[in-house]
Design a protein around this ligand. Structure first.
Ligand code: NCD
Length: 356
């Protein structure tokens, strides 16, 4: 039986592998509290969260339903602590909070907070916990959200932390919205099981790919194909996880063959903000990994094109109006599934189900 965060020292928790950490986060809980890593979620959780997301979407369609949702958590406040650039994750979390009636406040620029005066991020987060009931955070530091969750769990005001992207490592809620998008798209074709998912781009430094590849392990016989130039291929740690999990996967640089075989193709941009740490990606020619209008003829009729966004030139704008281009709907799904996650975090999911 896994121990809870309150039963562990920071060094003990930090020393665990990512699945052990996931188990500690869920230990002794009947609903999720901190959301930190994709590895903390199992298939049952994913299925239930997708169902709840659909219920919220349906309830929110009319004014009466929206007013019901808005009343659910009107007594809660959330802090959006985003010290790394963000558009979609920030806005969709903010909208998700609004759907449930949660008031939000934000720190996006730490040069105007006390961090500028030398305050540690730990003290900042403890300060937020004095005024708020939930912290949603994005940071360029891998593992920072984990540290803060441990600190808060062991404080006198343990409030939940949701990781909105940490370093090059994890982006669990993006993976959740990606799963929901896949689930919806393949609803009439047996769901995500037995599908072939193709990842393209900067797989080494893209945290969305790392988190989604992990969640896909919860589905039966999903084949994962990773298409990238050698220098940007998937990290060895994730390859090892896939291997251990018995996942069928392939690393390749053959983009065109992968397009032909894909049920879903997940495009990503080059993450050159990490170049100082991991080499100069501007020297790599990635143009042959771009999805153009020509590729539409190669893609299966029922396949879908995804992208976590922001995009640069990975997907030509001409592709946007094809019914298989799913990225705009994927983005909107983020708002719905994030509201479902927050609803579960505060335990109001059953109320929503009975209203519906
Ligand atoms: C991604 C991120 O921040 O990791 N964006 C997002 O949250 N939708 C992908 C990216 O920045 O390329």
């Amino acid at each position: 039986m896994a121990k809870r965060l309150t039963e562990l020292t920071w060094d003990e928790f930090k020393g665990f592998d990512v699945y052990e950490k996931g188990a500690c986060l869920m230990a002794g809980r009947d609903h999720v509290f901190h959301t930190l890593v994709a590895q903390q979620f199992d298939r049952e959780f994913l299925d239930e969260l997708c169902d709840l997301t659909t219920t919220i979407r349906t309830v929110a369609k009319d004014k009466e339903g929206m007013l019901f949702l808005k009343g659910l958590l009107a007594h809660k406040r959330a802090m959006l602590y985003f010290s790394q650039p963000s558009s979609r994750t920030f806005l969709s979390f903010s909208a998700a909070c609004q759907i449930l009636g949660i008031d939000t406040e934000e720190v996006r620029d730490t040069s105007v907070s006390s961090e500028f005066k030398g305050e540690t991020q730990e003290d900042s987060v403890r300060t937020f916990s004095s005024y708020f009931d939930l912290i949603i955070m994005r940071s360029k530091i891998a593992g920072l959200a984990e540290r803060m969750a441990w600190v808060l769990s062991n404080s006198d005001r343990p409030i939940p932390i949701i990781n909105g992207g940490s370093g090059r490592d994890q982006h669990p809620t993006q993976a959740l919205l990606d799963i929901y998008t896949l689930q919806r798209s393949f609803e009439d074709r047996g769901g995500i099981d037995r599908k072939r998912i193709v990842f393209v781009g900067d797989l080494l430094r893209g945290r969305t790919v790392r988190s989604l590849a992990t969640l896909l392990m919860q589905y039966r016989d999903v084949e994962q194909i990773f298409v990238a130039p050698r220098q940007l291929q998937l990290g060895e740690d994730i390859q090892e996880l896939l291997q251990k999990g018995g996942v069928e996967f392939q690393l390749t640089d053959d983009f065109d063959s992968a397009v032909l075989e894909a049920d879903a193709i997940y495009m990503t941009r080059v993450q050159d903000e990490w170049d100082d740490e991991t080499g100069d990606s501007r020297k790599i020619d990635t143009s042959r990994y771009h999805f153009t209008a020509t590729h539409l003829d190669m893609l299966k009729p029922g396949a879908i094109i995804m992208h976590p966004f922001p995009r640069r030139k990975e997907i030509a704008v001409e592709v946007d109006n094809d019914p298989r281009a799913m990225y705009w709907r994927q983005m909107r799904n983020g708002m719905w599934i994030r509201s479902a996650l927050i609803a579960v975090t505060f335990g109001v999911d059953r109320k929503i189900a009975s209203y519906a």
